[in-house]
Ligand binder design. Structure first.
Ligand code: AMP
Length: 250
């Protein structure tokens, strides 16, 4: 069984997001970038299936500029077998991502496709769902547990007030939640070895896929700054302040 995992390069989750000078997007120049955290869970899930003897090959795919090679090297260091970069300097919206992944899937024919449940930069949470629809494959989103027996997947996902467990036939699209697993720590020697591994680069322009954006990003703004806190000397004072805030007097 072949597994394809989508790996997005995003601003590192420890970095405080800043907005660019003209307020049109998040600033990325000189900012530490890394693998989208949910995609690390997707890679880990694929590796665990391979370790259980249920998968034979894992392919990591990233879409973006040549800088995305770093996240693919991270995936190789974690243990994926092959890495593909669909190279473009254009900004890709989730629909374009889904169409490009579909083009790779048509070629590679994986049995299982794993993505993160959302990218932490655009917070769209759309690419997996759109991809499943384009492929007409079953999908289970926000997976918090995944079992594969006799070509049947069982996926547990969190829903309001509990969990639900779904059975899916392959090929299928799954999007990973953080609860799915704990991604393995990448050791330095593995990272060094991954630097020497081959990454297949396919120019997006060669794929005849319409990646035109359908949405225009008008403005990006920081959240309103929080008002500073104050110290009160007694519960009575606290109550008075709370009631004053509501416009009620004691
Ligand atoms: P989104 O719909 O943008 O929140 O992204 C959901 C998931 O789609 C991510 O967690 C990734 O697994 C995948 N994805 C989105 N954009 C890319 C990209 N440029 N390259 C590879 N995978 C991507």
């Amino acid at each position: 069984m072949k597994i394809l995992v989508a790996v997005k390069r995003v601003v590192d989750y420890n970095v405080k997001i800043r907005i660019n000078a003209n307020g049109t997007d998040v600033a990325t120049d000189g900012v530490k970038m890394g693998v989208n955290p949910f995609d690390e869970n997707a890679i880990e899930a694929a590796l665990q299936l391979k370790e259980q003897g249920k998968a034979s090959e894992i392919i990591a795919v990233s879409l973006g500029s040549s800088a995305n090679q770093d996240v693919l090297r991270h995936a190789l260091a974690m243990g994926v077998d092959r890495a593909l970069l669909l190279e473009t300097n254009n900004k890709l919206q989730p629909l374009a991502v889904a169409k490009l992944l579909k083009a790779v899937i048509t070629e590679e024919k994986p049995d299982l496709i794993l993505l993160g449940k959302q990218a932490i930069d655009d917070d769209a949470g759309q690419a997996g769902q759109m991809l499943a629809a384009l492929l007409n494959y079953p999908q289970a989103t926000f997976a918090s547990s995944l079992q594969l027996e006799d070509n049947q997947l069982q996926v547990t996902r969190e829903v309001d007030g509990g969990t639900e467990t779904l059975a899916l036939s392959l090929p299928a699209v799954i999007t990973a939640d953080l609860r799915l697993n704990e991604p393995r720590f990448v050791k330095l020697p593995n990272l060094m070895m991954a630097r020497k591994k081959h990454i297949t680069i396919i120019p997006v322009a060669d794929l005849a896929v319409d990646i035109e954006p359908r949405l225009t990003l008008l403005k990006v703004a920081e959240p309103a700054p929080r008002k500073p806190g104050i110290m009160v000397s007694s519960v009575d004072e606290l109550l008075r302040k709370l009631l004053d805030n509501e416009g009620v007097t004691l």
